[in-house]
Design a binder for this molecule. Structure first.
Ligand code: AMO
Length: 459
């Protein structure tokens, strides 16, 4: 039998658990958030992965700790040992999980020093312009109002996985380097691959479709790379997509049921499990009716025209633009009590080659977008699953079948009627928290001006 020899160090306690140790000594690890000097007494807010706990440093309790505390500045990483004392009733802080206690320091050890911060991080909100927020990302991410965005994002991914598994999908992991551009268009990053050219994957599309032949139903969370030329508040050059693909479907409507089920499950789970964060962002309860309004593009365009009293006429357009998406969502909220609206039947020529033309009217495709609070958060379609039809569509669109060898190989060997969809993780996060810019919903956003650093600094 093997015995492990543990050192004699006191086991670390997380800030939220300090309340369980009233009257006893504990060891905490964390970062200094704020230091407040109150004459002889010095108070610290110590942040760890669980929250914040107040430390009081009294020279009469520990001269040594009092000496060290003079050196401490925000973001120093420290180890603090001290006795947990109950706070008097009038000093309880209801906003903290540890708010009924404070820890009287008996020893403080500096684990890592921090330079003077370039701005104040002690306030509840971090009032910085976006470029400053991103230029100092490793620091600004440590602020509660910023890192909580990514706790919501984590919940979105968790809820998506849960919903996908409920649908019977198998999780797959797809390559980031592709032999071809999946979504067509010029928005592709070419990479030198040994002596050849390859591309950064624009979406997991081709791989998830191939996998229909293996698992029938699959899902994947993957990075999508797009050389988006335009600068907007809703496009990134690298984003995360949440994809599902479902085989052996009987009807197009089955796919619409699936997108609405997964979309509403994600929003419900986030509303339930991140209620406190949503409240701190001032977010209203999501409106999720039993039936999500479904409109064809044409119907949506007519509604937009009427709803805007003729101010906006997009009836001759091939797609909805950002203004149209906002207007149709305003309509859905007002008339149908819904934060979601599903739009179907986009013109075939405006959708990617794998979208199935509607057999009743091939000018239109069996495609859909799901909009949430004024923004497209999902896109998808029923697919062309017949090999010969796929080849003839490729030919029509001047796509070279030789660029898609593995994809086409799958369709030679029995891919059943199928379809799928993809959510944009950052877009969903952005809308759940009503952020103004998608960059705020990406840990390390990439765009035409930035890869970590501003590109102009990399020259
Ligand atoms: P699409 O290109 O519409 O469809 O992308 C799916 C969803 O991903 C998000 N998204 C983006 N988010 C941030 N920056 C971008 N540049 C960006 N581009 C897209 C959006 C969008 O709805 N293969 C198809 C999906 C399918 O048919 O299954 C596809 O990629 O939320």
């Amino acid at each position: 039998m093997l015995f492990r020899i543990y050192n004699t160090l006191m086991i670390r306690t997380l800030s939220s658990k300090a309340v369980d140790f009233a009257g006893r000594e504990i060891r905490l690890n964390g970062w200094i958030k704020i230091r407040r000097d109150h004459g002889k007494l010095i108070f610290l807010d110590l942040r760890d992965r669980d929250g914040i706990v107040q430390i009081v440093v009294n020279p009469h309790i520990s001269e040594e700790a009092y000496k060290v505390v003079q050196e401490l500045r925000p973001e120093f990483a420290v180890e603090i040992t001290g006795k947990v004392n109950k706070r008097p009733e009038n000093a309880i802080n209801k906003d903290l999980l540890s708010g009924t206690v404070e820890v009287e320091a008996t020893a403080i050890k500096i684990l890592s020093k921090a330079e003077t911060l370039p701005f104040d991080m002690g306030e509840a909100k971090l009032n910085l312009e976006l470029p400053t927020l991103l230029d100092n990302r490793s620091l600004t991410l440590r602020h509660k109002s910023i890192f909580e965005i990514f706790k919501v994002q984590e919940e979105v991914a968790r809820a998506f996985r849960k919903a996908a598994e409920k649908l019977g999908c198998t999780e797959i992991f797809v390559p980031a380097i592709s032999a071809s551009a999946t979504e067509g268009g010029a928005e592709v990053f070419k990479v030198k691959y040994y002596d050849y050219d390859a591309y950064l994957t624009q979406s997991p599309q081709l791989y998830k479709q191939i996998m229909i032949g293996v698992f029938e139903r699959v899902y994947t969370i993957s990075h999508a790379y797009r050389a988006e030329p335009s600068v907007t508040t809703r496009h990134l050059s690298e984003s995360v997509q949440l994809d599902i693909e479902i085989g052996f479907i009987d009807t197009f409507e089955e796919l619409l049921d699936a997108i609405e089920l997964v979309g509403t499950s994600i929003v419900s789970d986030v509303s339930k499990n991140c209620a406190k964060i949503l409240a701190s962002f001032g977010i209203e309860k999501a409106l999720i009716p039993t039936e999500i309004p479904r409109l064809t593009l044409k119907e949506a365009q007519e509604i937009i025209y009427k709803f805007s009293n003729g101010q906006r006429d997009c009836r001759a357009e091939q797609d909805l633009n950002a203004t149209d998406e906002k207007l149709i969502c305003e309509w859905a909220k007002k008339e149908k009590g819904s934060d979601f609206v599903t739009i179907t039947h986009f013109p075939t020529k405006k959708r990617a080659f794998y979208s199935l033309p509607d057999p009743k009217n091939p000018e239109l495709s069996l495609s859909y977008d799901l909009l949430f609070r004024g923004l497209e958060i999902l896109s998808g379609s029923q697919r062309v699953n017949d090999y010969d039809q796929l080849l003839s569509i490729m030919k029509e669109r001047k796509l070279n079948p030789k660029s898609f060898p593995m994809y086409l190989q799958a369709f030679k060997y029995g891919i059943p009627p199928e379809g799928g969809f993809s959510f944009g993780l950052e877009r969903l996060t952005m809308k759940l928290l009503e952020l103004q810019n998608i960059r705020e919903a990406s840990l390390f956003p990439r765009d035409t001006e930035r890869v970590d650093e501003r590109l102009s600094n990399l020259k």
